[in-house]
Design a protein around this ligand. Sequence first.
Ligand code: ATP
Length: 133
Amino acid sequence: MTNKLVLEIVTPYGQILSEEVDEVSAAGSEGDFGVLAGHVPFITTLKIGILSYKKGNETIYLFVNSGYVEVTGEKVIVLADSAEKATDIDVERAKAAMKRAEERLKKVEEIDFARATAALERSTIRIQLAQRR
Ligand code: ATP
């Protein structure tokens, strides 16, 4: 058995990542978790949050917008609504999305609250994550 894991991240926009890594950490709906090679298999859902992986001494961060993760002893497969590496985040776009969501949430008439809240969460985490790169 090798002590490496293959991490794959797939979204409707395409495959974001397929890499051999040492360790994966992610924001599961039930809490944060970490995975090393040989982990017992499980499937869980992911929150809007940050996924990171270690490769040697390097830690790489990605934004992941909800989804599922399947863990086996050799692989971590993420199916997410959207995802991008911290280095690919367009901060101005995230700020504009944040502003739109905040404006919507201020309105007194009926709005799709869950949708605006999720948009606010996505933009907030993207802006935070962009500061780590
Ligand atoms: P926006 O309102 O700006 O489209 P969003 O949160 O609704 O933001 P998503 O549905 O999460 O966007 O993502 C749609 C696509 O755009 C995905 O491919 C995602 O990786 C990309 N994307 C969204 N926001 C950003 C950003 N700030 N920087 C880089 N890529 C982004």
